[in-house]
Structure formats: C-alpha cells, structure tokens
Design a protein around this ligand. Structure first.
Ligand code: FES
Length: 168
C-alpha cells in the first residue's frame, strides 16, 4: 500500500458528463445550487474543482458563492475521499480507554494523519467526537461498521479486512 497522502497525486482530468447531467436535472428549479452540489458530490464522491467552474458558468453564480456554500456545510468535500472512511472516536470515554494509542496505530499503519486520504484512495482517516456508544470505548468505525473495545491488534485486523475488500 502506498503511504503518500492523496494531495500528492497530480490533478486528474475530470469527465464532466455526470456534472452536466446533474445540472441539466435542476437547471430550471429555483434554489438549485444545493441540490446541484449534492448531486455532483454523490456522482464523484467529492466536488472536484472543474465542476465548480462548470456550475458557476451554467448557473450564472460566482465561484466565490459556491465556495462559500461548500465550506459552510460540513457535508461537502473538496478533496477525493477514500473508499473506506475510518473514524476513531476521541471523545472523553474513548480517550480515557486509550483512543490515542488506537489513533496513532492507524496513523502508523496507513501512513496518513487526521483528515487525510491514502494515495490509492482506499482510506480516509478522521478523528471524531463522541459516537454515542461510550460503553464500547474505545470505538472505531469503518463506513457504517462499528468496532468496539478497540485494541492495537484489532487495528491490524481491520486493515487486513478492508485491504481485502474491492474498491467498488
Ligand atoms: S466518547 Fe467515544 S463513543 Fe462516546
């Protein structure tokens, strides 16, 4: 597995076909900026820069206005995200039960830090606040799968499991 964060990948060429289809769908509706951006993120997994220019042009809005929306709402991502989103809780209960060690182990194994994505786009790592299952602390999630009572050994098992999963 590559250890370089995704930011080091050269900018890829984006096929704008899907973005144009999303825009076509909402073009005549009032208040269409949000659904257009949501549709683009659904199609690409994030909102690529060339799609922002396209939306600005086709909806006749300033790119700065679009960036304002994208940065205001946490749901939007401006960089590619991994196929598997690993979240480790660093809330109080998990912290007390050794979340730091779990986080550091993931960092070491994956070669990325908080809010980073592996160059192969398999993993994005995020530290998060309480996930609401403090009784299972320390807690980790991979997409919708929950892993309680985390240990260093479980970190290795999780990585082994998701390394074996297909990318689509
Ligand atoms: S503090 Fe981690 S789940 Fe609540």
């Amino acid at each position: 597995m590559s250890n370089a964060p995704a930011e080091e990948i050269p900018a890829e060429e984006i096929d704008l076909t899907e973005a144009n289809e999303v825009i076509d769908k909402y073009l005549t509706l009032p208040g269409n900026l949000m659904p257009v951006l949501q549709g683009i993120q659904e199609a690409y997994g994030y909102v690529p820069k060339p799609t922002i220019d396209l939306v600005a042009e086709r909806l006749n809005v300033y790119p700065s206005q679009i960036y304002g929306v994208l940065t205001f709402y946490a749901q939007f991502h401006l960089k590619p995200r991994g196929r598997f989103i690993i979240r480790v809780c660093v809330g109080t209960a998990c912290h007390v039960q050794g979340a730091e060690r779990i986080t550091e182990t993931f960092f070491g194994r994956l070669g990325i830090g908080h809010a980073e994505t592996t160059a192969d786009l398999r993993y994005t790592f995020e530290k998060v606040a309480c996930l609401g299952a403090c009784g299972m602390a320390p807690l980790a999630m991979v997409n919708d799968d929950t892993f309680g009572k985390m240990t260093v050994q479980k970190v290795d098992e999780i990585i082994e499991t998701y390394n074996a999963r297909p990318m689509k």
